[in-house]
Write a protein that binds this ligand. Structure first.
Ligand SMILES: NC(=O)C1=CN([C@@H]2O[C@H](COP(=O)(O)OP(=O)(O)OC[C@H]3O[C@@H](n4cnc5c(N)ncnc54)[C@H](O)[C@@H]3O)[C@@H](O)[C@H]2O)C=CC1
Ligand SMILES: [Mg+2]
Length: 344
């Protein structure tokens, strides 16, 4: 954790770190023989002695292990100079953590540089994060999301909300401070509950008008100030579909970068099978309905969705979304109880 707080150590780590590049918040991907991957660029360290650096970093390692993504042989500084930019903007990178090989990893947005010139020099392309999620290997998704989320947070928190004065980042980017008010700002996530409601044999999914055609997901909603997860879950389900849930069971959590950082807390819940009539809040939802085990298992097999093909009539969020995990768990549970009851 010391790299996060220690400016000098972080600056030193950056000299031989790996940087994930973003252009207006779209990550750089590179095509390999096995498909697209997140691309990372090494920094030259402004001619630092590598032996000296490794001695230094071993003593001050940050123990957050991140997925190791595909490196590009050119130095980031060389690339920046080729596209006519001062190489010292590398110092504006934000610390993400360390790879499983203990290499410090950073993210940097170069949105003010020419996109196609950069793509050419980096031998890759900048892809909108939502699309990138369909292209990169699953384990790279959280890293791509974290890199974007940190960049967005810094881009939108340049001023103190008390004084209007500029805020100043520390070297790792783990906080910003207003020297006028003394207020320290830390990157934030908004807590969101997401719940898969079951009546025992069917589960309830809903769609908002803004969802892609045919996509249904579990019910979700932002927690209100001061609310517990349980209170938020009961309230959201009651507000959106008019049902009373019981038997809440925690499933897992996920950072979700869209539209701004949310912290998704996923649960299962049940309703009384005699009280399943939904009363849809049309201001929030376009539709909500009960789906059978067969419909869900078929939709889960439709994944991953090929964006070049017509979307199926009904489909569910892909595997990188925690809604998909809830559906997989529900389908497994149904399969087990069907076996126990001698059903197919
Ligand atoms: N990873 C996943 O599997 C899924 C993620 N989500 C995410 O969950 C989030 C919340 O889901 P919704 O059902 O849309 O929430 P919601 O049911 O609370 O409705 C959204 C509305 O709440 C209001 N709101 C209150 N607090 C807000 C805040 N902190 N930020 C933004 N809006 C706020 C806004 O008016 C907004 O239009 C969305 O960002 C969505 O992308 C939703 C479903 C699946
Ligand atoms: Mg909602």
């Amino acid at each position: 954790m010391r790299l996060k707080e220690d400016d000098e150590a972080c600056r030193e780590a950056l000299k031989s770190g790996k940087v994930l590049l973003y252009h207006k918040l779209s990550p750089l991907l590179r095509k390999t023989s096995s498909g697209y991957k997140l691309a990372s660029l090494k920094t030259s360290g402004f001619n630092t002695n590598p032996f000296k650096f490794f001695h230094f970093i071993n003593k001050r390692i940050l123990h957050i292990h991140l997925y190791n993504c595909i490196p590009i042989s050119l130095d980031l500084e060389q690339i920046l100079e080729k596209v006519g930019k001062d190489k010292h903007i590398v110092n504006e990178s934000f610390l993400l953590g360390c790879t499983d090989k203990d290499e410090p990893q950073f993210s940097l947005d170069v949105g003010d540089l020419d996109r196609s010139a950069l793509e050419q020099e980096c031998r890759g392309m900048f892809v909108d994060l939502r699309k990138a999620f369909f292209m990169i290997p699953g384990p790279e998704s959280p890293l791509a999301a974290k890199g974007q989320a940190l960049l967005r947070w810094h881009q939108t928190n340049c001023f103190c909300s008390a004084t209007g004065q500029p805020t100043v980042r520390n070297q790792s980017g783990s906080f910003r401070v207003c020297h006028s008010s003394g207020i320290t700002y830390y990157p934030k996530m908004a807590p969101v509950v997401i719940v898969l409601v079951s009546d025992g044999s069917r589960c309830l999914l809903a769609r908002q008008a803004m969802f892609p055609p045919g996509m249904y997901s579990a019910l979700s909603g932002f927690c209100d100030m001061g609310e517990s997860v349980e209170e938020a879950l009961h309230r959201e389900v009651a507000e959106e579909v008019g049902l009373e849930v019981e038997n809440l069971q925690y499933s897992g959590s996920q950072h979700w970068p869209f539209p701004q950082s949310s912290f998704m807390l996923a649960c299962h819940a049940t309703v009384n099978p005699d009280k399943t009539q939904v009363n849809i809040d049309k201001a929030e939802l376009e539709d909500a309905r009960w789906f059978t085990y067969e419909e869900i298992t078929e939709a889960l097999q439709n994944l991953p969705r090929d964006p070049r093909r017509e979307p199926p009539v009904f489909w569910v969020p892909p595997s990188y979304a925690i809604a998909n995990q809830l559906l997989q768990e529900w389908a497994n549970h149904q399969q087990l109880s069907r076996k126990l009851h001698g059903l197919k």
